[in-house]
Design a protein around this ligand. Structure first.
Ligand code: GDP
Length: 435
């Protein structure tokens, strides 16, 4: 197709713009723009996204004033919250939020259970069977909140969305087994997140425990023990006997003190969803951790693509509460739809405002999703599919929690090769129906 020569001197384009869109806007061929960038030492194809730097260079090359418009700005309710509500005059210390991660069978669950049972009275502890995804304990008059991440994939998703909830990461390594593939993955995640790391050397009750061997392995991957002159605390524990758990909790509190974690309980709430599900009779239920402000019953809120009004607040022992303070977890109901793990909940003035904000956010995400998934691939993929070179496997994913859905989708997305592409056409929380 012949491209009409335009005389363009200035353009406004959205962030995340592909080369061919840019070319179209300025009335040049894709080849022309690719050539320009090639001459400057950059190899790009027509479907590649152009970064801010590349756009600036191209603007200069073509003598065009390029304005990049970040459409996110108009709808980003999280940013509005930050601008208006963070009032430092009322700052108080808040509990640290701690995530425990590690290789399978190294004792993550046992450790979480042991720490939790140290808090509740023995008579109470026996009666708890419900799934816990977060809880708070008190140690030396200070609180610590523990989060059970549904899986590494979900943790990654939360981090990618910039909604990091974790202040401190505990990496569990079984002292009799040492560093394993998932341990390495966790180390990478932890280092990338920038959160301070504490290593729990677990299963120290076992005769085969070799703490020094584990320290050596960890040091090889940049996790250097303090007693070897490094900066990471290693605490020897046994989730079975309970030995060392006090040490671990004290180490966490010391780390938290250094971090000076503060929040303002007097402003509207901002919280992060760590898990969500659909429950019969209750509707959508989400476990959230409040990052700032106080979340109260009857608060109107927006939460990603959904919104609602807080109906019930339930703590990890199943007791009803009236409010949740910064750094504390709780299960809440009152959502219009099931939110996603990693979604940020912000309390707003009215139901109307909540609904409108969520609607705008939804539209924005859908637009962006469309432009990302279809534009680049449409021409090329469609052709390949038509020619039978690439087959699509349509899949519907349903699972018990949003965390599981994200994890399964993440794994499926990785399953592709030259011949077959997995296409998740629909995903949701809930039971499988005939439809
Ligand atoms: P996760 O997969 O990391 O959550 O590991 P689990 O907590 O399920 O523990 C895996 C296995 O190790 C279970 O059989 C536990 O009973 C056992 N285990 C966990 N911690 C200890 C410990 O400190 N000492 C011993 N001897 N066994 C442990």
């Amino acid at each position: 197709k012949k491209i009409e020569e335009l005389d363009v001197t200035e353009i406004t384009i959205p962030k995340d713009c592909r080369l061919y869109e840019f070319a179209e806007k300025i009335g040049k061929t894709d080849g022309d723009v690719i050539g320009k960038l090639f001459m400057l030492g950059m190899m790009v194809t027509k479907n590649d996204f152009l970064g801010d730097d590349e756009l600036e260079i191209l603007g200069e090359e073509y003598g065009i004033e390029v304005t990049i418009k970040d459409e996110l700005e108009d709808v980003n309710y999280e940013e509005t919250y930050e601008d208006e509500e963070i009032d430092t005059t009322n700052f108080v210390t808040r509990p640290p939020v701690v995530t425990i991660m590690g290789h399978v069978d190294h004792g993550k669950t046992s450790l979480l259970d042991k720490i939790r049972s140290s808090r509740v009275a023995a008579s109470e502890a026996g009666g708890i069977t419900q799934h816990i995804s977060a809880y708070t304990i008190t140690k030396n008059n200070s609180e610590i909140t523990f989060v059970d991440t549904p899986g590494h994939e979900a943790f990654k998703a939360m981090r990618v969305r910039g909604a990091g909830v974790t202040d401190i990461i505990i990496i569990v390594v079984a002292a009799d087994d040492g560093v394993k593939p998932q341990t390495l993955e966790v180390i990478k995640l932890a280092q990338a997140s920038g959160a301070p790391i504490i290593v729990a050397l677990n299963k120290m009750d076992k005769e085969t425990a070799q703490p020094d061997m584990v320290k050596g392995q960890m040091a090889e991957h940049g996790i250097n023990p303090v007693d070897w002159g490094g900066d990471v605390e290693f605490v020897a524990v046994s989730a079975k006997s309970g030995e060392g758990i006090d040490d671990l909790l004290e180490t966490i509190l010391l780390q938290a003190e250094v971090m000076e974690l503060k929040a303002n309980p007097k402003c509207p709430a901002k919280a992060v969803v760590i898990e969500s599900r659909l429950e019969k009779g209750k509707g959508p239920v989400a476990t959230v951790i409040v990052k700032n402000g106080t979340l109260k019953k009857q608060d109107s809120f927006v939460c990603g693509k959904t919104y609602g009004r807080v109906r019930l607040i339930i703590d990890d022992l199943g007791k009803q509460k009236k409010e949740v303070l910064p750094g504390e977890p709780a299960e809440i109901t009152g959502f219009d739809e099931v939110p996603l793990a990693g979604d940020v909940l912000v309390a707003v003035d009215s139901d109307k405002e909540a609904k409108e904000t969520a609607q705008k956010w939804k539209e924005f995400l859908e637009e962006r999703e469309k432009s990302k998934s279809t534009k680049a691939t449409l021409e090329d993929l469609q052709k390949m599919i038509l020619e039978g070179e690439l087959k699509k496997l349509p899949v519907i994913v349903k699972a018990d929690t949003q965390g599981s859905v994200e994890a399964i989708k993440g794994s499926l997305a990785k399953l592709k090769n030259e011949e077959v592409k997995v296409d998740v056409i629909h995903s949701d929380v809930g039971a499988i129906t005939e439809n």
